[in-house]
Design a protein around this ligand. Structure first.
Ligand SMILES: [Zn+2]
Length: 111
């Protein structure tokens, strides 16, 4: 029973894949960029987590990514049709970059 386990005012964000809230630092921020010649903007990983505009959040794992695709979480988060073609590769890279955060997070649970 430690009372220093967790920072008390960690901002929370909802993952658009599993739709669970988590610490902002444990999630990857996504944002959309306009694409010239089409009305459909494309989704990208916001590596600095500070790009302007509408954002969405995903846990750094492929499960949540696939769930967001299947449940149309992207369209819901960005209020319209978006192109996620470029995101798949970017997201995979972002996942491996955040493995440390994920390890911390999953260290309490067993599958
Ligand atoms: Zn998730």
């Amino acid at each position: 029973m430690s009372h220093t386990d967790k920072a008390p005012h960690q901002p929370q964000r909802m993952c658009i894949g599993c739709r669970h809230s988590d610490d902002q630092v444990a999630l990857i921020r996504l944002h959309v960029r306009a694409v010239s010649g089409t009305d459909t903007p494309s989704v990208h990983v916001d590596t600095g987590a500070r790009a302007g505009g509408r954002g969405a959040w995903l846990h750094p794992n492929q499960d949540c990514f696939q769930r967001a695709l299947k449940s149309r979480g992207f369209a819901r988060a960005f209020r319209g049709q978006v192109d996620t073609t470029a995101l798949a590769a970017e997201f995979t890279i972002a996942c491996s970059a955040t493995e440390n955060v994920r390890d911390q997070h999953e260290s309490g649970s067993k599958i």
